[in-house]
Design a protein around this ligand. Structure first.
Ligand code: SAM
Ligand code: SF4
Length: 465
């Protein structure tokens, strides 16, 4: 395969499957759901059939199956992270994004290393352990080295007992050599969304800059994996093109990665287009995705790729986030700011974030909410720290064994949070939740959890299995 050969996304094969799918009857849907419960994934035809469900009873069955599969693989934990926008300078013209080069309504900022350290300290002091670094595609003064220096700054910044233990990265596609440098900088996941897999739509919405090259973008994960980055995260920006097309194309991408590299994506992200300053397209998405279809997307992806984490950002409202936890979401951002310097600014002007859309509750409140819903908030970075990445992770995730690590690590990192950072109200309800969660666990993970918990209570930090 050439380094930029995108033939694995086969538009006409997808169109054919969608055209043949028609409306699914109850018997066919139930057969597919029974197959999904085996946790071996689904074929494109199965996904198209589930996408066509409109009967409320069948929808309920789809959602219940997704919930069962999610709990089987991931247990009760929900991993939390914070995005860190370091720069909004960008040479591209993505018509849906406020950071696009010709948008004069946004002030351009590339944080200095000191400013990045200040942002990180604020996140650490809130209790965060995982950061997703985000940047536009233009590094004017220092080139790609700016990203490498920023990652080093994040890892080096500490405050009290806290530090950032895993830096994931969402930046423009790189060459193999640059990906090697990113790998050497010890990133966790390299994340990149194709935005739309539909070539014609892609051309219409990306009208300037390097990002116009569909092939260079869709082959980025091949180069990342070749460079030794084991965990890659893919995604679609829903609202640009028909979501049914997008999820089948996403599946072709996954099958390609599995076939060529022996490993699928570590995570899938499901952003929906949100209003953005200076973008008509963001306010009026060409193919809007309704709330009910959005839930279907999460449920179908959970069944189609059971071993892959699904990430939900604060673009969505607290209600939508709550509903999708049950359907398959396993990681969420919390307390997010999406402008460079936003954490520092919101401390200086506490009201500044109030006008934003989606979920802008502080971390402590999100944690309480998550725990009240019966999920264990987790800051775990155990797999990454033990080198349990790529295929090693998948080998545990596929048979549902990863939760024997996830649940104990969730309990120990949640306890760390409660002791070091939580408000009295969250601490009280969190401690009660830990007691309840332990009582419900199987003996092996419970034994592990109790050991880790004892270590955390006696003052140890960063305890994992
Ligand atoms: N510049 C890099 C790129 O485009 O890949 C990475 C940073 S970019 C800010 C991260 C993601 O933000 C994009 O991949 C896109 O999916 C998402 N995004 C851009 N505009 C958006 C909007 N109006 N609503 C929701 N997500 C948006
Ligand atoms: Fe730049 Fe990324 Fe926004 Fe496109 S989506 S304008 S590449 S920051």
């Amino acid at each position: 395969m050439k380094k930029t050969d995108s033939a694995f996304i086969d538009d006409s094969a997808i169109e054919q499957v969608l055209a043949a799918a028609g409306k699914s009857d109850g018997q066919r849907v139930r057969e597919i759901l029974a197959k999904a419960r085996l946790m071996k994934g689904l074929e494109a035809e199965d996904m198209a059939a589930l996408a066509s469900i409109s009967d409320p009873e069948l929808l309920g069955e789809l959602f219940n199956t997704a919930k069962a599969v999610k709990e089987q693989i991931y247990g009760k934990r929900l991993v939390l992270f914070a995005p860190l926008y370091i720069s909004n300078m960008c040479g591209n013209e993505c018509l849906y994004c406020a950071f696009r080069a010709r948008n004069k309504l946004v002030e351009r900022v590339a944080l200095t290393q000191e400013q990045i350290a200040r942002e990180v300290r604020i996140l650490v002091e809130q209790g965060h352990k995982r950061i997703l670094l985000v940047a536009g595609e233009s590094y004017p003064n220092e080139g790609f080295n700016y990203i490498l220096k920023s990652i080093a700054t994040i890892y080096a910044t500490t405050s009290g007992p806290g530090e950032i233990r895993r830096v994931n990265v969402n930046i423009a596609p790189l060459s193999v050599e640059e990906f090697r440098q990113l790998h050497d900088a010890k990133i966790g996941t390299y994340q990149l969304f194709q935005e739309t897999y539909h070539r014609q739509t892609y051309r219409k919405v990306h009208v300037g800059g390097k990002k116009v090259d569909y092939d260079w973008r869709v082959t980025a994960m091949d180069r990342a994996l070749e460079a030794g980055i084991n965990d890659v995260g893919i995604g679609v920006l829903f609202g640009l093109c028909d979501w049914r097309f997008e999820i089948l194309a996403l599946m072709q991408h996954i099958r390609h990665l599995e076939a060529v590299h022996g490993v699928g994506p570590h995570t899938i992200s499901v952003p929906r287009l949100e209003p953005a300053t200076g973008s008509d397209m963001a306010t009026h998405p060409p193919k809007p995705v309704s709330d009910i279809d959005f839930r279907k997307i999460v449920a179908i992806l959970r069944l189609a790729v059971p071993y892959t984490g699904i990430i939900m950002s604060t673009r969505e409202t607290p209600n939508m986030r709550r509903e999708t936890f049950a359907l398959g979401v396993s990681q969420i951002s919390a307390g997010s700011r999406t402008n460079p310097g936003g954490y520092t600014e919101s401390q200086d002007h506490p009201d500044a974030a109030q006008f934003s859309l989606g979920d802008h509750r502080p971390l402590d409140e999100v944690i309480r909410d998550v725990a009240e819903l019966g999920y264990i908030p987790s800051f775990c970075t155990g797999c990454y720290r033990l080198g349990r990445t790529g295929k090693d992770f998948m080998d545990l995730a596929k048979p549902g064994l990863i939760k024997e690590h996830c649940d104990p690590n969730a309990i120990s990192t949640f306890a760390e949070y409660l002791i070091d950072y939580a408000s009295p109200k969250t601490r009280a309800m969190g401690e009660a939740m830990i007691t309840k969660a332990l009582a419900q666990m199987e003996p092996t993970p419970r034994g592990r959890a109790e050991k880790l918990l004892a270590a955390v209570r006696s003052g140890k930090r960063d305890a994992y299995c």
